[in-house]
Ligand binder design. Structure first.
Ligand code: GTP
Ligand code: SPV
Ligand code: MN
Length: 613
């Protein structure tokens, strides 16, 4: 018999669903999460006591804990992520698909008895301000206390959500297990629990709006409100209900006269969303405030504009490279009440990572993310540099602790969006910024977002471009061709006052590998031009690819030495030869989509025709 640690809520369907999973997973105990600080601190303390977590120095990092995950469990696993729609063609060419009946049978066999020796936690949560008409409610069942505390930071957990649910409210059913039962009183002994790769599954069932996750305890694999619900399931709901769920940051941009615009940006994972959302402008009088750093949900308002909310409550940010210089607001957001994963630990009880820009003591020894002693310059048996922090080490920080958080970031009505940005890492061809000629042209730009990868990062040829349409390749819960169509349909909505669409590229390099653009705070110079363009100002020329800024349209005051006029010319050049190749690559990319909307084929043909003139 399962030990009931507290009382169940008064919601028959919810209780029945939880009881079904109790019978399958056979946990020792059942606990309903209330989202209180007490619950958070008790769970942290339990994990510190069991050796799974390390409490950081309370003066340097108050109320912070550090986790080291298993080396096999350090990132999202796209190869084990499934969209199990009833028909394979509805998952489309970019998603892994298994027949839902077969997948459920396979997974049920794994779930059977998987929580032996563990507590089952039930987490009622809201994505978005509790009660907002754009928000959605989910309930996650998990056997990981690490997941519970992360859900506390990343979503809104607890009794307020149960109050909104009432006795029969709708919720998205999310089940998660680390997949490591503890038999006969066994303990984790401080070792991160997870299952081997071939037993990991991150499954979405779009028709029934269910999420089944097994075998991983890490990030988007396990914190199910984020990519699984707020993107994969939400894209399906958004398609059916006429709204948008996007992998986008949201920022509030105020000019020196106090005029405000809201901008969202879709860049692939690790391509600069968190950095842009929190940037500190280097041009006088301009202000950037954060609404969200990863996900945007948008609905049309009565005025025909798209209103966006950030469905999240915190930031699951990439740690390496984050410093007071590169992203001061992120550094301050994770000064307290933060969960660190796979960062290095200093002797003084503080965290450390590559690029944090905090010097270590002479000869200082750290504990690296694998729990080994580490010293600057450490190499492995092959002479390769050993990193102290894992390259995708992350911090889970509360949005309310971000100094740049906009006062209205939780407005349940959302904020009206003026501009959409698309971008990725493109060392050549794509200029620093350009504006689409039309909505449909903008959809083509979004559909062909790409980012250059190195051989080290992925098993592809160095210098090739990985296409990541709308930065949604691993996050779209249905056929990508239909998703493109949804974007086109949004543009056809009667009375719609649509955002302007721009493409940005902070990652241009010279032939010898030097960054052409300083990026980070200086990206405010590009935001300024975008702001002006939204008001029908800002100088531009029409070229075969788009509207492009004239040489002096981007404010360079104060960085004339760093970015010479010649650099600026290169950054803003229309590279005809490069674009002819780019158009051919887009054509290749489009061949994958067996439901490619005709408008996009037409857009590509029009681009090619303009380039041929
Ligand atoms: P996810 O959380 O994975 O979705 O990533 P993200 O899109 O939020 O990316 P993030 O802001 O964490 O940045 C990832 C990496 O890009 C970091 O190493 C940054 O230092 C780097 N980066 C961000 N902005 C810039 C920029 O303007 N210029 C350059 N050169 N690098 C940047
Ligand atoms: C991403 O990969 O885009 C992330 C990290 O934001 S995770 O939540 O793990 O997906
Ligand atoms: Mn992301």
């Amino acid at each position: 018999m399962v030990k009931m640690l507290n009382a169940a809520p008064d919601h028959a369907a919810l209780v029945a669903w939880v009881n079904e999973w109790v019978a399958i997973c056979e946990p020792d105990a059942l606990y309903w999460c209330d989202g209180t600080n007490t619950e958070y601190y008790n769970l942290c303390e339990e994990m510190v006591q069991s050796g799974l977590a390390t409490r950081l120095n309370s003066k340097l990092r108050p109320d912070c804990v550090l986790f080291r995950s298993d080396p096999s469990d350090v990132a999202r696993v796209e190869a084990r992520t499934y969209i199990a729609s009833e028909k394979q063609e509805d998952a489309g060419p970019t998603n892994n698909w298994i027949d839902p009946k077969q997948l459920k049978a396979e997974m049920l066999a794994l779930y059977k008895g998987c929580m032996h020796g563990r507590t089952m936690y039930v987490i009622p949560y809201s994505m978005g301000p509790v009660g907002s008409n754009i928000a959605k409610i989910g309930v996650e069942i998990t056997d990981s206390a690490y997941v519970v505390i992360n859900m506390h930071v990343m979503t809104r957990v607890g009794n307020d959500v149960l109050n909104i649910l009432g006795k029969d409210g709708e919720f998205v059913r999310c089940i998660h297990s680390v997949g490591k039962p503890l038999e006969n009183g066994a303990k984790d002994n401080g070792v991160w629990p997870c299952a081997p790769m071939d037993k990991k599954y991150i499954s979405q069932f779009p028709e029934t709006r269910e999420i089944w996750s097994f075998g991983s305890g890490y990030g988007g694999n396990a914190i199910l409100g984020k990519k699984c619900l707020a993107l994969r399931i939400a894209t399906v709901q958004a398609r059916d209900e006429g709204w948008m769920a996007e992998h986008m940051l949201i920022l509030k941009l105020t000019n020196p006269q106090g005029k405000v615009k809201y901008v969202t940006g879709a860049f692939p994972s690790a391509c600069g969303k968190t950095n842009l959302a929190m940037l500190i402008p280097t041009i006088p009088g301009w202000k950037v405030e954060t609404i969200g750093d990863d996900i945007a949900w948008m609905k049309f308002g009565k005025d025909g504009r798209l209103y966006a909310i950030n469905p999240e409550n915190g930031f699951f940010g990439v740690a390496p490279g984050t410093s007071m210089k590169s992203n001061q607001n992120a550094m301050l957001s994770c000064r307290k009440e933060t969960i660190f994963t796979n960062c290095a630990l200093r002797e003084n009880g503080d965290i450390w990572w590559e690029g944090i820009d905090i010097p270590l003591e002479e000869g200082e020894k750290l504990i690296d993310w694998k729990g080994n002693v580490w010293e600057k310059g450490k190499v492995d048996a092959d002479g390769k540099e050993v990193k102290a922090a894992h390259p995708t080490a992350r911090f889970s920080a509360r949005a309310k602790n971000c100094p740049a958080i906009a006062p209205n970031w939780e407005d349940p009505a959302g904020v009206p969006i003026d501009a959409f940005l698309f971008g990725g890492r493109r060392p050549s061809t794509l200029p620093l910024v350009y504006q689409s000629l039309s909505w449909e042209h903008g959809v083509m730009i979004g559909s062909s977002v790409g980012s250059e990868v190195t051989a080290a990062a992925l098993d592809v040829k160095a210098g090739t471009v990985r296409r990541d349409p709308f930065a949604m390749l691993p996050f779209c819960g249905y056929n990508m061709g239909d998703y493109f169509q949804h974007w086109l349909d949004i543009g056809k909505k009667e009375g719609a006052v649509l955002p302007k669409i721009f493409c940005v590229n902070w990652f241009r390099k010279t032939a010898d590998g030097r960054w052409l653009w300083p990026g980070f705070g200086d990206n405010s110079r590009v935001l300024k031009w975008i702001f002006e363009r939204c008001d029908g100002e800002g100088e531009a020329v029409e070229t075969p690819i788009s509207y492009m800024p004239t040489l002096n349209a981007i404010d360079r005051a104060g960085i004339e030495d760093e970015v010479s006029e010649a650099d600026m010319k290169e950054l803003l050049a229309f590279d005809k030869e490069g674009w002819v190749k780019e158009a051919d690559m887009i054509e290749e990319h489009y061949k994958k989509f067996y439901r490619l909307p005709k408008e996009l084929a037409d857009q590509l043909a029009a681009l090619k025709a303009r380039l041929a003139k």
